[in-house]
Design a protein around this ligand. Sequence first.
Ligand code: GDP
Length: 195
Amino acid sequence: MEIKNARFVMSNTDVKKCPQPDKPEYAFIGRSNVGKSSLINMITNNKKLAKTSSRPGKTQLINHFIINESWYLVDLPGYGFAKVSKGAKNKFQEYIVQYIVNRENLYCLFVLIDSRLEAQKIDIEFINWLGEKQVPFALIFTKTDKLGKNKLEQNIAAYKRELLNYWEEIPPYLTSSSLNGDGKENILDFIEQSM
Ligand code: GDP
């Protein structure tokens, strides 16, 4: 898929106020600083579409963008800050939970994972919670340019082993680098094929 245009639609904190759910929607979420804004800007060929955050937790809104006038891309707030308490659900503002569970046109939630790090408890809890709620999702291992090919493969293999403690099958996963464009085509193909 080629992205011909990408346009901001609205920001809000209420799933009921989101655009009519009449188009396929793909949302991006991850721990703060995982590279979510950079990834959104990379795949949409727009350096400024999603605001890259210098301060953790800055983007606290559900941000809708319309792509090629035919599907929605959603930038969700980063998670994993001091405010959070026990239990995956409580680690999110309630409106994010409502959005993820109730957004009927959410075709896929991309969960961004920093490819350099070991599996983080908060991510695993979140992924498992998505499973419980039967939310369609895929993982994206970000910042692959920061690792050599072998190290990246090792880290992904370790991540899969961790997931196999909870999952019978490995969920779909992709890789990305906003620096060198790795994963752009695969992510766009993945979106196109699931529409
Ligand atoms: P967000 O908080 O998840 O939206 O993360 P940002 O997109 O703002 O990125 C956080 C930091 O990581 C910034 O300094 C980015 O320049 C850097 N970064 C993001 N993606 C990549 C990547 O693919 N490769 C490298 N080397 N750095 C990245």
